[in-house]
Design a binder for this molecule. Structure first.
Ligand code: THU
Length: 129
């Protein structure tokens, strides 16, 4: 699967976002080590703080389906500027995915690629416990 296929899957997932409070819809597509694609979208809640980001939905879905090794994640939002995962998602992605490639895109084009270690330098992790 190419980066553009992964972006396409994230765009499709974004259409299922439940974002009535922010109107900021996000889609994610996580590629596992065996090439499976697991998608996610943000799901907001009236109490706001219970909102779950697209990236964590994708990761938790994948983990709950038994996947443990991951390669890349594509994240799509409708912004001109590059939109990157929030701090909480960076931490969760690091814990379960390690130094993933993070492919960022909007509705029309890819906006950037980063390693997760660039987005989350000096991470806290289980090895420190
Ligand atoms: N959000 C995501 O789903 N992923 C991101 O990378 C950034 C933020 C969601 C959370 C909330 O539903 C909305 O976007 C606005 O913050």
């Amino acid at each position: 699967m190419s980066g553009s296929d992964l972006i396409r899957a994230a765009r499709q997932a974004r259409r299922r976002a439940h974002a009535p409070f922010s109107n900021f819809k996000v889609g994610a597509a996580l590629e596992t080590a065996d090439g499976t694609i697991v998608t996610g979208c943000n799901i907001e809640n009236a109490s706001y703080g219970l909102t779950m980001c697209a990236e964590r939905v994708a990761m938790f879905k994948a983990l709950s389906e038994g996947h443990r090794r991951f390669r890349r994640i594509a994240v799509v939002a409708d912004t001109q500027e590059v939109s990157t995962p929030c701090g909480a998602c960076r931490q969760i992605l690091w814990e379960f995915g390690g130094d993933l490639e993070v492919i960022l895109a909007n509705l029309r084009r890819e906006t950037g690629r980063r390693r997760l270690s660039e987005l989350l330098p000096l991470p806290f992790g289980a090895r420190l416990l």
